[in-house]
Ligand binder design. Structure first.
Ligand SMILES: [Zn+2]
Ligand SMILES: [Zn+2]
Length: 501
């Protein structure tokens, strides 16, 4: 029946196709462009022609029916005007006449159970079969009804449940998961037709086809797998079922980990930095030896690769609470981040162990702490948090003035509000505007030969290197300006603390 199922849905369902029976040994009603049906099994099941599709009886059990109905086939008119058979004025279920009506139009056991509005001892099709036999006991006429080819409500969709479950198990058997969310796609015309029949003839409050279909899949799945939860949000697996093609696609949702990182070595970018020469393509590129990377290591990969391997995942995305320049270290308690690990085949690991492993493999370069499970909303929180930061900075002065003057001038910047035009070094990716940021405190000014070092705490978004050298007068005031316009060259910068949480 699979072929039939696939084709019938691909061609949609004109109003009365389901009562149209075509015999393989007779000429088809519209056979202008089809070959001999017996010779082409791929084609014979359903034909779309002049807006109608013709379904064929294709199983051994129905051969008899075909024989007995030799020389006759029904078209839409027969269906529509079988007034004595089909009572369009039937009351809705759960009235016995309503249930009879559903049986007469060819409702399958699944749909009968869900629309009849009767409590049954069994769920699903088994319950529908009970309702059917009760109705038949009341009205023996129901025994001798022509059975339409397809249920007019679901087009025998429920027959595909087992098939779908096999496909699901096939694709998820090796993927660790504890929760599943289903997404179902059904042809619009099928949904509309089902809705029309259900609202007219079904018991008030009957379950629509889509949730009923999902429930049937879930029930069937539970007989083969244990301990899985079906959820409406934040699933481990998102399973999409296309009722038209029976295609099952499994989206393995990412896992998220929160932590803080220290960058102990300069020259490591926070995230993967694609090679400038080949734009990350790698291959035969000489400038990156085919790695596709401008810098072989990044904070992202030093932390993310051990996680990716441990979770048997495809890739990572790194979400930091801001970032430091490549030549800037990040110390103190470290910078908060969320690591997103994509398409993991495993979802449970010992975080303490993996943290130790990461710190060992990235020793003296990157170190993490506070690793814990996280989620997507935290990515946003982390990315949007603007925190004050403390820095240590060291710079060289062209001609060092008196030490007292230097210390006094730099300490005098404490509490000052800076006006910073967008720095030249980032002007290609940041809008040109003037930002006002406050230097909250300055301390520990040390003069050492022609070098000066001090620490400062300032508002989020302060350009600290520019505060020293003034960026050609684009930051006002600056260390350079308070020292009497002496050229200042930044030697290094460390983030000492990110004051978050
Ligand atoms: Zn049905
Ligand atoms: Zn390259």
């Amino acid at each position: 029946m699979t072929l039939l199922s696939l084709n019938r849905r691909r061609y949609g369902s004109p109003p009365f196709q389901r009562l149209v029976i075509f015999m393989p040994d007779k000429p088809k009603p519209n056979d202008s462009n089809q070959g001999d049906p017996d010779s082409d099994e791929d084609d014979w099941s359903t034909y779309a022609s002049a807006g109608y599709a013709y379904s064929v009886v294709d199983t051994d059990e129905t051969v008899e029916t075909v024989e007995s109905s030799k020389d006759e086939w029904f078209d839409g008119d027969d269906f529509e005007f079988q007034g004595s058979v089909i009572n369009w004025d039937a009351p809705p279920c759960p009235a016995p006449l309503g249930i009879e009506h559903l049986i007469r139009i060819g409702s399958c056991d699944h749909c009968l159970q869900r629309l009849a509005g009767r409590r049954t001892a069994a769920r699903g099709a088994a319950g529908g079969a009970l309702i059917r036999s009760e109705a038949r006991a009341r009205n023996l006429d129901l025994e001798s009804l022509e059975k339409p080819d397809l249920c007019p409500l679901c087009e025998d969709l429920f027959d595909d449940v087992e098939n779908i479950v096999i496909r699901i198990i096939d694709q998820t058997g090796d993927v660790e998961h504890s929760s599943i969310q289903f997404g179902i796609h059904l042809p619009k015309d099928l949904v509309e037709e089902e809705d029309r029949i259900r609202t007219r003839h079904g018991s008030p409050g009957s379950q629509p086809m889509k949730p009923a279909f999902v429930n049937a899949i879930q029930d069937a799945l539970l007989t083969s797998v244990n301990e899985v939860q079906f959820v409406k949000e934040k699933p481990d697996l998102m399973i999409l079922v296309d009722g038209l093609t029976l295609r099952v696609s499994v989206d393995v949702r990412p896992v998220f980990l929160f932590g803080r990182y220290l960058k102990l070595e300069r020259g490591i970018p926070q995230t993967r930095w694609p090679c400038r020469a080949c734009r990350g393509r790698g291959g035969g590129c000489e400038s990156c030896s085919g790695t596709g990377l401008q810098y072989l290591d990044s904070v992202q990969d030093l932390i993310g690769e051990p996680l990716r391997i441990a979770l048997d995942a495809e890739d990572t995305s790194f979400h930091g609470m801001g970032r430091e320049d490549i030549d800037v270290r990040c110390l103190g308690r470290g910078r908060p981040f969320v690591m997103e690990i994509k398409r993991p085949q495993r979802r449970s690991i010992d975080l303490e162990e993996i943290q130790k492993a990461i710190n060992l493999s990235a020793k003296d370069r990157v170190e993490i702490n506070s690793l814990r499970w996280s989620d997507r909303p935290e990515v946003r929180r982390v990315k949007e948090t603007r925190s004050e930061k403390s820095y240590s900075i060291r710079f060289r002065v062209e001609e060092m003035p008196e030490e007292d003057f230097v210390i006094k001038s730099i300490l005098g910047l404490s509490g000052v509000k800076l006006a910073q035009e967008t720095p030249k070094r980032v002007s290609h990716r940041r809008a040109a505007k003037t930002r006002h940021r406050t230097v909250n405190s300055v301390s520990d000014v040390i003069v050492d030969g022609n070098e000066v070092q001090f620490t400062l705490q300032c508002e989020a978004g302060t350009y600290v290197k520019e505060l020293i050298h003034s960026d050609e007068g684009r930051t006002v005031p600056s260390v350079r300006s308070v020292l009497g316009d002496l050229e200042c060259e930044v030697l290094w910068l460390d983030v000492q603390e990110i004051h978050s949480e």
